[in-house]
Design a protein around this ligand. Structure first.
Ligand code: AMP
Length: 558
């Protein structure tokens, strides 16, 4: 066990849980975990004020797993979540953390899927039930005893549940459980309605809130970019094309992510290395020395591994994964802008983490401006600028030293100096894409529109065991969705919102029915419901966007 897992080891969690945490690559408990785990392990009721991105799921999942009895094959813990996506995400987290606990099963219970198998899984002895309130009430109507053995209840994102009108369902669920149960409530905000629930249904709850002091950040230009979790690597690669950096540090949450991202960067020719808690001290020093003297330009680190790192060359900090709290954000970005120099900090934000961004802005008292991914033209301009900068200093004395050779070669080959210069350029740039068309071909499909909120197809992101996978191909479709293509793209003056507006208005669809929209230079992709697709496409047959015919067709990748 590395020294860093000492943080988790100190909780005295069941060793099988600790083993799973280590396997997942977590190095240190986050602030909310540090405070909540002992309270929940001790059996107290608790109110935790925390939003997505703080590590709240593990903050309740780990101690709850510790408290259940795997030998008893009956529901022992119920986690209520407002949406199907969150329920699936929480269930996946429980599965990850219980991987090494033989006999523990987790069932996710939500609407839109058949009830039979869900009920069967509960009756077969799943100890952990993760449910949305509405569907769980349907089950209770069929079998009111379903929750009779549950002695741990967690309300996750309680404020969202109330916003979605689940108050009455919650009351039904409370009644169906033993009064002696432990109840834990997590909520980003604590309005009166939540306090009232806590008063009625929690017993002597302890409060946990991450204290945030105002922090000052100086001389650092900050920006954020909205991305989906599994597009982070592609986004980072695009940003690197246009950012003018000297040395750069990237922060991620897990050891695995340091390795994955560092190797993706190396594969693209960057001098990059990973820094995580598993790396021995002498190797760590070598990495830092290399970053100092320019043998390395990028280090991908976890918070733990980057502790005390002070390298004046660092001009940029990329927060690839969100920090757990504003203090750690301020700490991370303080790696740049050293010695009075200017620094730049970029933060990648997934749709679920927007609230965390607001907290950071509030605590630092600064707006973190939104930036977009560079489009192909910006990438081309940046590449040409780099080439210009590398060649310009060579021009001055090249004619004196190589002019005669040039004359001779053009004569021998029988070509113009322009043709020869072009051939030399091709050789010097070594296959790098330096036209718009070539850049478009090589660039992964990253939408240049920002993700719009939390839609069902996003349930696979933000998972504990996700790592950072690069996808060059379009992202997999959510169930029930079809991908459609139009030949209209950015060069036709199209933005995602134009497509969205046209399809909503003329197709008569609800906004949730439309999935991701990806606008590229010469075409765009839109995810639409498979159900009724032909009818929809027929409806949109004559639709025009920006004065041009939309001509949306089903798109098949292969
Ligand atoms: P949550 O706030 O629960 O949605 O968690 C956000 C993300 O942080 C998830 O991808 C978790 O897997 C990850 N995470 C939670 N706790 C830790 C930890 N102690 N170390 C590293 N990653 C963590």
């Amino acid at each position: 066990m590395t020294q860093e897992t000492g943080g988790f080891a100190a909780f005295n969690l069941n060793p099988n849980i600790l083993a799973a945490i280590i396997a997942t690559g977590y190095e240190e408990p986050s602030a909310i975990q540090q405070q909540s785990i002992p309270i929940i392990m001790a059996g107290h009721d608790m109110i935790g004020q925390a939003q997505t991105g703080t590590g709240k799921t593990a903050a309740f999942a780990l101690p709850i797993l510790h408290r259940i009895d795997p030998a008893k094959r009956e529901p022992q813990a119920l986690i209520l979540a407002p949406t199907r996506e969150l329920a699936l995400q929480v269930a996946t987290a429980f599965e990850t953390y219980s991987k090494q606990m033989p006999g523990v099963t987790v069932v996710a219970v939500y609407g839109g899927a058949p009830m039979g198998p869900q009920l069967k899984a509960i009756r077969n002895g799943a100890q952990i039930v993760v449910a949305t309130p509405g569907r769980l009430c349907d089950h209770l109507r069929r079998d009111e005893k379903v929750l009779a053995t549950v002695n741990h209840l967690v309300l996750d994102e309680a404020d969202e549940m109330l916003k979605l009108g689940f108050m009455d369902d919650l009351e039904v669920i409370f009644k169906a459980m033993p009064a002696t149960r432990q109840t834990v409530l997590f909520s980003a905000t604590l309005p009166q309605s939540i306090r009232a629930i806590a008063e009625r249904h929690l017993r002597d709850p302890q409060h946990v809130k991450i204290q945030t002091k105002t922090q000052t950040v100086t001389a650092i230009e900050q920006a954020h970019l909205l991305v989906h979790a599994d597009q982070k690597t592609s986004a980072v690669l695009s940003l690197l094309e246009v950012e003018d950096f000297d040395a750069l540090i990237m922060f991620v949450r897990t050891k695995q992510a340091t390795l994955d991202l560092a190797s993706a960067l190396e594969a693209k020719g960057y001098k990059a290395a990973a820094l995580n808690g598993d790396i021995a001290q002498n190797q760590r020093e070598r990495v830092i020395d290399s970053l100092k003297d320019g043998r390395l330009d990028i280090v991908v680190a976890t918070d733990v591994a980057a502790r005390g790192l002070d390298v004046p060359r660092i001009t940029h900090v990329f927060n690839v994964d969100m920090p757990y709290d504003p203090e750690s954000y301020v700490h991370r970005i303080g790696r740049t802008g050293r010695a009075g120099r200017e620094g730049r900090a970029l933060l990648l934000v997934t749709p679920r983490e927007r609230r965390m961004l607001q907290v950071i802005e509030r605590v630092t008292g600064q707006k973190v401006a939104e930036v977009r991914l560079p489009d192909s033209q910006a990438v081309l301009d940046a590449r040409i600028k780099k080439l210009t900068n590398s060649l310009a200093p060579l021009v001055a004395d090249a004619e004196a030293s190589h002019g005669e050779l040039l004359d001779r070669l053009t004569a021998d080959i029988g070509c113009t100096p322009r043709a020869l210069a072009a051939a030399l350029l091709r050789k010097a740039t070594n296959g790098q894409a330096l036209t718009l068309a070539a850049i478009e071909k090589e660039r992964p499909l990253v939408p240049n529109n920002a993700p719009r909120g939390d839609r069902p197809d996003r349930s696979s992101s933000d998972r504990p065991d996700r790592g950072d996978r690069e996808r060059r191909a379009p992202m997999p479709l959510a169930e029930g969705r079809a991908r459609c293509r139009t030949a209209l793209g950015a060069r036709d003056g199209i933005a995602a919102k134009n497509l969205l507006g046209a399809i909503l208005n003329e197709g008569g669809l609800a906004r949730e029915a439309i999935g991701r929209i990806q606008v590229r230079d010469s075409f765009s992709l839109v995810e639409l419901p498979e159900d009724g697709l032909e009818r929809l496409l027929a409806k949109l047959k004559d639709t025009r966007v920006a004065g041009k015919q939309l001509k949306l067709r089903r798109y098949r990748e292969d």
